[in-house]
Design a protein around this ligand. Structure first.
Ligand code: ADP
Ligand code: MG
Length: 380
């Protein structure tokens, strides 16, 4: 049995992959009706830090993994006394703290955005002018653009910091992004590494909206991104599925934005478009199987569907026309089983395949139209 900390859609899709391989999964989550709990083989309904719940989990499974960003590293340390955790607490802790994360990436010889660490009021006194306009990001617990403020001056940054409760932050220079890409890699218990094709991401209001694969970058940039991801995974002695998000600046210069110690929203396309999905890879690693082939079978576009799609025509939620979406060829709908749609909440995703990028784009535009999605220039 695989023990899973966290019960969201990433966990749900991991369990689907586990079942296809004949593996069983026990989920620990405070929500007994969450996306993963609905299909788990066993559910332990408990806070992530509860010692009774963790005790039950450790008795039910031999290997432990996680599916959400902010799983307490302490809980992984507890589980590590009873079995192997994939990833380990240290990797998760590094990814959870933007200050440690940036320091670690720099220590790998890889560039990050120019930034300053803010931990006390004095830190605003000698800020470099070149960091503005910037973004103040809380060091911990941010996701989907939450815990971030755009700031143009040191005075604005100070006010924003105080409004955030004076928690530890990084002030990052706002960079002119040519595009955003991500690389998902998988490293197994023996240290073998497999890297998925590079995806290109479009965000709307800090939330991923579209991933298209392959990314429209040169093979040199793609290779450099894959090499950076491999190096980060190796330096962490990482075991599991890891996502590295990059900014591409003019001239193809690469900056690592952040890492996620788990399967990632920008890797959902792998379910239909790759020989092996990111979720199957995670299960393969947990169950001691060799890594699968990460080869791309066709061009792919993944569209995130937020709760917004339920509120196109009225203030009370109306189910989107999924049958119209499913009627399109080579289009795959994944509903996460969340009962209350809310604006900004990830409810589902749709993957559109094509023999060419143009074919995938044509399908994706039809789907985005049916669902009324805000994709920005993600399908341009
Ligand atoms: P989250 O943890 O919420 O994903 P990110 O740090 O990845 O936070 O920021 C979310 C998005 O905001 C990024 O994908 C990017 O579009 C934009 N962004 C973040 N930092 C910068 C920056 N330094 N310069 C320009 N855009 C940025
Ligand atoms: Mg991000």
């Amino acid at each position: 049995m695989i023990g899973l900390l966290g019960g969201g859609q990433l966990g749900r899709m991991m369990i689907q992959a586990a079942h296809a391989l004949g593996e069983r999964v026990v989920v620990l989550d405070p929500d007994a009706q969450g996306p993963a709990a609905q299909i788990a083989d066993q559910v332990i309904c408990s806070p992530y830090t509860d010692s009774d719940g963790l005790g039950q989990l450790s008795a039910s499974a031999q290997v432990f993994t996680t599916e959400f960003e902010n799983v307490p590293a302490e809980s992984l340390r507890f589980l590590a006394r009873h079995g192997r955790t994939m990833p380990d607490a240290r990797s998760v802790a590094v990814a959870q703290d933007r200050i440690d994360e940036k320091q670690f990436i720099v220590s790998c010889g890889i560039d990050v955005a120019p930034h300053a660490v803010i931990s006390r009021l004095d830190d605003f006194d000698d800020l470099e002018e070149s960091l503005f306009p910037g973004i103040l990001k809380s060091a911990r617990l941010g996701y989907d653009g939450k815990g971030q403020h755009k700031v143009d001056t040191a005075a604005q940054a100070r006010a924003a910091w105080q409004s955030m409760g004076s928690v530890a932050c990084v002030l990052e220079k706002r960079l002119p992004l040519e595009r955003e890409i991500s690389v998902i890699c998988a490293r197994d218990q023996q240290g073998a590494l497999a890297v998925f094709p590079v995806g290109e991401n479009t965000h709307r209001h800090g939330i991923l909206a579209v991933t298209r694969v392959p990314a429209a970058v040169s093979s040199a940039v793609a290779e450099q991104a894959c090499q950076a991801a491999r190096q980060i995974a190796q330096s962490l002695a990482y075991v599991g599925v890891l996502c590295v998000e990059f900014f591409v600046l003019s001239g193809g210069r690469l900056i690592v934005n952040e890492i996620a110690p788990r399967p990632h929203n920008s890797g959902h396309y792998t379910i239909e478009a790759c020989e092996t999905s990111q979720f199957e890879q995670q299960v393969r690693i947990c169950s001691g199987r060799p890594l699968g082939d990460t080869g791309l079978k066709s061009c792919a576009i993944m569209l995130n569907v937020l709760g917004d799609a339920w509120f196109k025509s009225s203030a009370s939620p109306v189910e989107p026309d999924w049958e119209a979406v499913r009627a399109q060829p080579d289009v795959y709908v994944h509903l996460y089983g969340k009962s209350d749609p809310r604006v900004g909440r990830k409810m589902a995703h749709v993957t559109c395949l094509g023999g060419s990028m143009d074919e995938a784009l044509t399908r994706a535009r039809i789907v985005a139209d049916i669902l009324g999605l805000d994709v920005g220039d993600g399908l341009a």
